[in-house]
Design a protein around this ligand. Structure first.
Ligand SMILES: *[C@@H]1O[C@H](CO)[C@@H](O)[C@H](O)[C@H]1NC(C)=O
Ligand SMILES: *[C@@H]1O[C@H](CO)[C@@H](O)[C@H](O)[C@H]1NC(C)=O
Ligand SMILES: *[C@@H]1O[C@H](CO)[C@@H](O)[C@H](O)[C@H]1NC(C)=O
Ligand SMILES: *[C@@H]1O[C@H](CO)[C@@H](O)[C@H](O)[C@H]1NC(C)=O
Length: 359
């Protein structure tokens, strides 16, 4: 009992500490960048980033030993325009519900007891009908959707349990998790689905030590994200693909940077697909099992010359599948200078919002 209590307390303190640290870092750098310390202009202060103050702990327990029995009920209890760090601690258990964190509720953390034991799951597919009778479509099939900034999740899994489609079936995209808020941090999380598991939609995101499983385009969207020390696990049957990135113009800073990851499971597997005309995907220091499809990369439609506009690359990857990831002329082995922006948390401006201990 004593040791359980100690562990619990250590987690709690550590997590609040690191949230508070990120907050401080952000505030510090923002005021630093303003560079107008001599110009005491009273119309300026509202441009300044004001961090959250105070902490709120909410517990969720499927068996009724917490403040709430469902995760959505806990989120609903957080006030609109929230300005506190809110830690939603979720006991081990399966939470069968669809969860939405609206844009007005920033600074929320979901913390589970481990990604194998705390699971939020639902089973909508793109072709299923919503409350209005219309088809949900891919983005609204997500079991959990986050629209708020400064969201984080630790040691918890998100699943879409709809059955995996056979190749060629229409409307079976089934998203487990959608992140559409800026500055989101994930560590020790699991994402389970088949087609379109993780919708990395918009904003800057950092995934550390996560496990992501799926079959086709199982990480997709127009996020600007770093995946570090993650396992990308394919359950593809006839063919599959890991990442489909949707950068649409040269001006966008979006892209997926995979660093120090492991690619495992079944193939043949494309490692990246050109969803957007200027798609950007880079794998560095990543291990590839012997499951990579011929060519390694896919230009999506074979007609819009995306092979001339995308930025696909690899840097110092290894494993029996690594040679196949250099299988087309338009996915290059990068030199250090070209790879450099994709190797550090600065890719997502992480210095300003991710604590050093978390990166
Ligand atoms: C700037 O304005 C604030 C609020 O009006 C005031 O308290 C502060 O002394 C001023 N600082 C300088 C350097 O003028
Ligand atoms: C303060 O800022 C406003 C808006 O940026 C500007 O119109 C005004 O001239 C500034 N005043 C001073 C004293 O710098
Ligand atoms: C998450 O799980 C890992 C591995 O079990 C553990 O080391 C870590 O302390 C946990 N973090 C939190 C915030 O519970
Ligand atoms: C690039 O794609 C076009 C079709 O969009 C194709 O005709 C061409 O052969 C491709 N080039 C290379 C180098 O793969």
């Amino acid at each position: 009992m004593a040791s359980y209590f100690f562990t619990f307390f250590a987690f709690y303190f550590f997590s609040l500490h690191s949230i508070a640290y990120s907050t401080l870092t952000t505030y510090y750098s923002t005021s630093n960048n303003n560079n107008n310390n001599n110009n005491n202009n009273s119309s300026k202060p509202h441009h300044k980033w004001v961090g959250p103050s105070g902490h709120l702990l909410i517990t969720v327990d499927a068996n009724g030993f917490g403040d709430f029995q469902s995760v959505q009920a806990a989120v609903d209890s957080v006030p609109e325009q929230n300005r506190k760090n809110v830690l939603i601690q979720i006991s081990a258990g399966y939470y069968k519900e669809k969860v939405v964190v609206p844009a007005s509720k920033a600074y929320i953390t979901f913390q589970g007891e481990g990604r194998d034991v705390t699971v939020i799951e639902w089973h909508d597919r793109a072709c299923d009908r919503g409350p209005d009778g219309q088809q949900l479509r891919t983005y609204h099939s997500a079991s959990v959707s986050i629209y708020a900034p400064y969201f984080s999740a630790r040691n918890i899994s998100f699943k879409n349990t709809a059955p995996a489609p056979m190749p060629g079936m229409q409307g079976w995209q089934a998203v487990a998790f959608r992140i559409s808020g800026d500055k989101a941090f994930f560590s020790g999380c699991g994402f389970y689905g088949a087609q379109d598991t993780l919708c990395d939609d918009a904003g800057r995101h950092y995934f550390k030590e996560c496990y992501i499983e799926g079959s086709i385009d199982f990480i997709f969207g127009n996020g600007r994200s770093m995946y570090k020390d993650c396992e990308l696990h394919s359950i593809a049957t006839r063919f599959g693909s890991i990442a489909a990135q949707d950068r649409k113009s040269l001006n966008e800073k979006t892209g997926f940077a995979f660093l120090n990851c492991r690619v495992t499971g079944t193939g043949p597997l494309y490692v990246g697909r050109a969803m957007g005309q200027y798609s950007r995907i880079v794998y560095s220091h990543t291990y590839f099992d012997n499951i990579i499809a011929h060519g390694g990369w896919d230009d999506w439609d074979h007609v819009s010359n995306k092979n001339k506009t995308v930025f696909f690359g690899v840097y110092k990857c290894y494993g029996p599948g690594a040679a196949a990831v250099r299988g087309v002329s338009w996915a290059r082995e990068l030199d250090y200078n070209t790879a450099h922006p994709f190797l550090a948390k600065s890719f997502v401006n992480g210095r300003h919002w991710i604590a050093p201990a978390d990166a």
